[in-house]
Design a protein around this ligand. Structure first.
Ligand code: ATP
Length: 322
């Protein structure tokens, strides 16, 4: 390997810059050249490729978003697009590539690997929904941002003795909702993994809590369940208690990364560069059982993980007043 390329793809996540910086600096330390590919696979196909020096990643570790920009690229889903991508890598002398993104981005990386470009994936998504790893870049920052926002909604919700439904991101996964549910002491948590929630039970819970003198009722709802606004209308009609929905939205993807996101992203980016330098390909970096490890991409994509049922039970038990 002489030249390593790096790109960010899919949804952006705070900490991606730390990972890019680590790829660049570690590859340079290992005596390789580095090229940044802008706007994910779209930028690869458009040949938006820049040389990267150690200076180019100065003052980026503390910044949210991704300095390389990101995209979702339909053309790269096609065999023709993938072949063209591999040819462009060869044309620019890129013989190894680090792809920072989610499962979809790893599928793209897998295709590039099959076409002879050495590839390593680094898990970058706020959703924590990558099965081979207990940590994904951006989750820690996003969940802290959501937690702080929910604290603020709770203040005003208590003052007005309201019920609040707060919808957090996470796509089809409920990790952000579950973590916030525990961290914010929510009265109810709705997860897509438990889609058959019973709205009548929530209504009964709200009424019982109000009788007990509770001034607010916080429901953390996951994006994958959704429908927060219509749910609020139904709950208000059934309980007579003013109920508001707040959808936190994209603010959860922004902001300066937490220490954990900076450090873990740095470790993962550095490891990806090292793996390429060792001649490895079709691998993805993950964090499992307290250490950073690498997995075959095919195996990683076939893994399944879910919400820890004990964690969910604890969340429910801690909101009870027996
Ligand atoms: P996030 O978790 O933030 O959504 P992601 O990486 O899963 O991140 P996707 O939109 O699924 O986001 O994928 C990003 C890009 O990866 C796609 O726009 C596409 O260019 C490429 N990609 C996804 N799936 C495939 C596939 N099966 N084959 C080739 N490329 C793919």
């Amino acid at each position: 390997i002489k030249t390593i390329g790096v790109l960010t793809s899919g949804g952006d996540a705070p900490g991606m810059n730390a990972a890019v910086r680590a790829v660049v600096r570690k590859a340079l330390v290992n005596g390789k050249q580095v090229k940044g590919i802008l706007k994910g696979y779209t930028g690869l196909l458009d040949e938006e490729i820049i040389d990267m020096s150690a200076n180019d990643v100065s003052n980026t570790i503390e910044r949210g978003g991704t300095m390389l920009f990101t995209s979702r690229c339909k053309e790269f889903m096609t065999e023709e697009g993938q072949k063209r991508g591999a040819e462009i890598c060869r044309k620019h002398g890129i013989d190894g590539i680090v792809v920072i993104g989610g499962d979809g981005s790893f599928r793209g990386a897998q295709k590039l690997a099959a076409l002879g470009i050495n590839t390593i994936g680094v898990p970058g998504t706020i959703d924590l929904d990558i099965s081979c790893t207990e940590y994904t870049i951006g989750f820690d920052t996003a969940v802290n941002t959501a937690m702080e926002a929910i604290d603020k909604v709770r203040d005003t919700s208590t003052s007005h003795e309201r019920c609040s439904i707060i919808e957090v991101m996470g796509r089809n996964a409920g990790y952000i909702a579950l973590w916030c549910g525990i961290a914010n002491g929510a009265e109810d948590i709705l997860l897509p993994e438990n889609y058959d929630y019973d709205e009548q039970k929530i209504i009964n819970n709200i009424i019982a809590n109000r009788k007990r003198g509770k001034k607010h009722h916080i429901i953390v709802n996951a994006e994958g369940v959704g429908h927060s606004t219509s749910m609020a209308r139904r709950i208000e009609a059934a309980t007579g208690i003013e109920t508001r929905a707040t959808i936190l939205g994209h603010m959860q993807r922004g902001g300066s990364p937490t220490c954990k996101d900076r450090v873990y992203a740095s470790m993962m980016g550095a490891m990806a560069a090292d793996l390429l330098c060792e001649g490895k390909t079709n691998r993805v970096v993950g964090y499992q059982h307290g250490r950073f490890q690498d997995f075959d991409i095919d195996e990683a994509l076939a893994m399944v993980k879910g919400i820890d049922p004990y964690q969910y039970q604890v969340a429910k038990d801690l909101s009870k007043h027996c």
